[in-house]
Design a protein around this ligand. Structure first.
Ligand code: NAD
Length: 258
């Protein structure tokens, strides 16, 4: 079998949290284009539904829209049950839901801090734990977490300490799970995108005015496109990455090199 065939995901059952839009949506459609059935999991049920329908229409694969808040264990567990009911198994879990708050550290309320940590870190843990249990029972699977280049550098000029801390923790959580579950054939990796043009950046009143400043600092002088993360997602989801676990993939147009 050639490498392009090995990269295909035919028959794989997958889900993506935060899959209604942005990076999650682009990853979900890539998984389906590669042959997988995909559940779109999001707090925004209406957009999740539209996105799931679009992906089914574009790819002919089975899709599902599920409402779940990744910070709520009961909702995450319910989502896993719903994916199992619809698809019968879970081969690939993409823990991608995340938010960013731009607040100076000295002004940050505990509530704001907790919201970011709960979604970006605890949400990834709850998702990976619930999917991991199923994968251990099945004899294997691939979990991919969305970290960020903010795990590696401190973004400027915006203040976002809770985001940066949450994403650095996602990488160490990823490595910890990869080691714990290595012999159970459950692989766990993360991706660390640089600035990507999505709602989170393009439609954020705090961040949108900063795009020109970021681009001036960026070696490629532009934001990344969410579709530029699709190939790494397909690679990590499939069996051709069998020796890849506990790794973080920085896809940032060399932003963290400078
Ligand atoms: P986005 O805001 O466009 O999409 C995020 C999605 O997550 C939304 O559909 C939202 O409804 C959903 N979501 C938010 N909270 C949730 C919750 N509690 N439970 C379930 N779903 C929830 O953002 P994006 O840019 O596509 O970001 C996706 C991931 O990539 C995030 O983890 C983000 O931190 C990370 N990331 C983004 C960038 C960037 O520049 N856009 C860079 C690096 C990393």
């Amino acid at each position: 079998m050639g490498i392009i065939e090995k990269l295909r995901l035919d028959g794989k059952k997958t889900f993506v949290t935060g899959g209604a839009r942005g990076i999650g949506y682009n990853i979900a459609i890539a998984l389906a284009e590669a042959g997988a059935d995909v559940a779109i999991v999001d707090v925004d049920e209406a957009v999740a539904k539209t996105s799931a329908e679009e992906i089914a229409k574009a790819t002919g694969k089975k899709t599902l829209a599920l409402k779940a808040d990744v910070t709520k264990k009961a909702e995450v567990d319910g989502m896993i049950d719903a994916v199992l009911k619809a698809f019968g198994r879970i081969d690939v879990a993409f823990a991608n839901a995340g938010i960013c708050k731009n607040i100076p550290a000295e002004e940050m309320t505990l509530e704001d801090w907790n919201q970011v940590i709960n979604i970006n870190l605890t949400g990834v843990f709850l998702t990976a734990q619930a999917a991991g249990k199923v994968m251990i029972r099945q004899g294997g699977g691939s979990i991919i977490n969305t970290a960020s280049m903010s795990a590696h550098i401190v973004n400027v000029p915006q203040p976002q300490c809770s985001y940066n801390a949450s994403k650095a923790a996602v990488i160490q959580l990823t490595k910890s799970l990869a080691v714990e579950w290595a012999l159970k054939n459950v692989r766990v990796n993360s991706i660390s995108p640089g600035y990507i043009g999505t709602d989170l950046t393009l439609n954020s009143p705090a961040l949108k005015p900063l795009i020109e400043k970021w681009n001036a600092m960026a070696p490629l002088r532009r934001l990344g496109k969410p579709e530029e993360l699709q190939a790494i997602a397909v690679y990590l989801a499939g069996d051709s990455s069998a020796f890849t676990t506990g790794s973080d993939f920085v896809i940032d147009g060399a932003f963290t090199c400078i």
